[in-house]
Design a protein around this ligand. Structure first.
Ligand SMILES: *[C@@H]1O[C@H](CO)[C@@H](O)[C@H](O)[C@H]1NC(C)=O
Ligand SMILES: *[C@@H]1O[C@H](CO)[C@@H](O)[C@H](O)[C@H]1NC(C)=O
Ligand SMILES: *[C@@H]1O[C@H](CO)[C@@H](O)[C@H](O)[C@H]1NC(C)=O
Ligand SMILES: *[C@@H]1O[C@H](CO)[C@@H](O)[C@H](O)[C@H]1NC(C)=O
Length: 350
C-alpha cells in the first residue's frame, strides 16, 4: 500500500505540519552484532545470532574471519566462504566447489552443509540442482529420510551440441523436491542414461543458487560445450569451478530459548516475540517450535538483539494522533521509507 501523501494536501495542513516538524526523526541504525563484537568481515555483514569469536555468537552460529586473505574472508565451518547473510530472509549464501565426474560410468557422492548438526539447511525454495554432461542421469537424494524420492534430471546429446541453456541437451536442471522441511544433507548419484550411446566422460553436478545460475546459465553451458565438445577449441575457455548455494536457518523454541521472550504478547499463546522490542516470531511450515524472527511493521534491524529493531516511522505517536484527525490515511504513521520521509520533510519546509 502506498503511503505517499500529496504535498498539496500537506500544504493545506501547514500549521499542524510546522508544529510537528520538531518530531520528525530520522531512522537510526540499531546494533547489528553484540556489543564489542565485529560487525563485518571483508565487507560482509555479520549480524547476530551469527558472530566471530568467543561470546559473539549464539550456539550453532559460529563464524570465523580469515584476515590473512585480502580482502578478509568470512568462513563457515572448515573454511567454506560466506558471501552474504540476510536476516529478513534467514539465509546464508556460501560458495562451494562443483563436483566433477570424469571417466566413471557411475558416481555416488553427497552434498552436505558445512556443519550438518547445526541450524543451517539447504534451501529447497532458492536452489536448483544442475548437471552438465551428455547422456547423463543425475539424482539428488534426500539423506536420512525413510521415503527417499529423489529429484532427477537427464541430459541427452546429439552429436556434439553447442549448448546455450540447461534444457536437457548437454545440460539439465531441476528444482529440488521439498519434503516439508529443509535438509542439511543430500546424496548425489550420476549414471549413464540407459538406451543412449556415446562416449562422453565429462560431467559436472552441483546444487546452486537459482537466481545466480539463471544469470550465468548461458555462459556456463557455452563454456562447458567449448571445453568438452571441442567446437570452439581455438578459444581459451575455463568454466567456473565453484558456485553460490543458499542455506536457510530457523530457530528452535526450546534449543534457542535464549533468543525469545517467552511470554505471550498477543491474543494467541504462540505470539512470542524475539529479544528486541518491536519484534515478533513466526512459525515455519506449521511447526510450533521452528521459528524465525522479524521486526514489527514500521521497524527495521536485528530482531535477535535487545533494541535491534529501530523505528522507521517519521512522526511520534502524539503527532500521529493529530494527523489522523486531519487526514487519511492514518498509515502515514507506519512503515515509511527514506523517500517518503524526505518528501514529507520537504513539504513541511515549503
Ligand atoms: C568457531 O569455529 C572455529 C572453526 O570451526 C573453531 O576453530 C573455533 O574454536 C570456534 N570458536 C568457538 C568460540 O567456538
Ligand atoms: C519479515 O520482514 C521482511 C522485511 O521487512 C518482509 O519482507 C517479510 O515479509 C517479513 N516476514 C514476515 C513473516 O512477516
Ligand atoms: C551407487 O549406489 C547405488 C544404490 O545404492 C548402488 O546400486 C551402486 O552400486 C553404487 N555405485 C557405485 C559406483 O558405488
Ligand atoms: C566462461 O568462460 C569465460 C572465458 O574463459 C570466463 O571468463 C567466464 O568466467 C566463464 N563463465 C562461466 C560461468 O563459467
Amino acid at each position: 500500500m502506498s503511503t505517499a501523501v500529496s504535498s498539496r494536501r500537506l500544504a493545506t495542513i501547514g500549521v499542524i505540519g510546522a508544529l510537528t516538524l520538531q518530531f520528525v526523526a530520522s531512522a537510526t541504525a540499531g546494533p547489528i552484532a553484540l556489543p564489542g563484537c565485529p560487525e563485518n568481515c571483508g565487507g560482509v555483514q555479520v549480524p547476530y545470532p551469527f558472530g566471530i569469536g568467543r561470546g559473539c555468537f549464539h550456539e550453532g552460529f559460529n563464524l570465523t574471519c580469515d584476515e590473512a586473505q585480502h580482502p578478509a574472508k568470512l568462513l563457515l565451518g572448515d573454511g567454506v566462504e560466506v558471501l552474504d547473510i540476510s536476516l529478513p530472509d534467514c539465509t546464508v549464501r556460501i560458495q562451494t566447489k562443483i563436483s566433477w565426474v570424469e571417466y566413471a560410468a557411475e558416481f555416488n557422492g553427497s552434498w552436505s552443509v558445512p556443519a550438518p548438526d547445526g541450524p543451517l539447511m539447504v534451501s529447497t525454495a532458492r536452489n536448483s540442482f544442475v548437471a552438465f554432461g551428455c547422456n547423463v542421469l543425475a539424482k539428488l537424494i534426500p539423506y536420512g529420510t525413510v521415503l527417499s524420492y529423489a529429484s532427477a534430471c537427464a541430459a541427452a546429446c546429439v552429436n556434439t551440441p553447442d549448448v546455450s541453456s540447461c534444457s536437457g541437451v548437454g545440460c539439465c536442471q531441476t528444482s529440488i523436491a521439498s519434503l516439508g522441511s529443509d535438509l542439511p544433507w543430500y546424496g548425489i548419484q550420476v549414471k549413464h542414461l540407459e538406451g543412449e550411446t556415446g562416449n562422453y566422460y565429462h560431467r559436472a553436478v552441483f546444487i546452486v543458487d537459482q537466481d545466480w545460475f539463471s544469470r550465468v546459465e548461458a555462459a556456463m553451458a557455452s563454456n562447458f560445450s567449448a571445453l568438452f565438445f571441442g567446437n570452439r577449441f581455438h578459444e581459451k575457455v575455463v568454466m567456473v569451478d565453484s558456485v553460490p548455494v543458499v542455506l536457510e536457518w530457523s530457530l528452535d523454541l526450546i534449543r534457542d530459548a535464549g533468543l525469545f521472550v517467552l511470554s505471550p504478547i498477543g491474543p494467541q499463546s504462540s505470539d512470542f516475540r524475539c529479544l528486541s522490542s518491536n519484534s515478533f516470531s513466526y512459525t515455519i511450515i506449521g511447526n510450533y517450535d521452528r521459528r524465525r524472527c522479524n521486526c514489527s511493521h514500521g521497524y527495521e534491524g536485528n530482531p535477535y538483539i535487545a533494541d535491534g529493531c529501530q523505528g522507521t516511522e517519521i512522526l511520534t505517536s502524539a503527532s500521529c494522533q493529530i494527523f489522523t484527525h486531519v487526514m487519511e490515511p492514518a498509515s502515514m504513521c507506519l512503515g515509511h521509507t527514506d523517500a517518503h520521509q524526505r518528501k514529507a520533510s520537504r513539504a513541511f519546509q515549503a
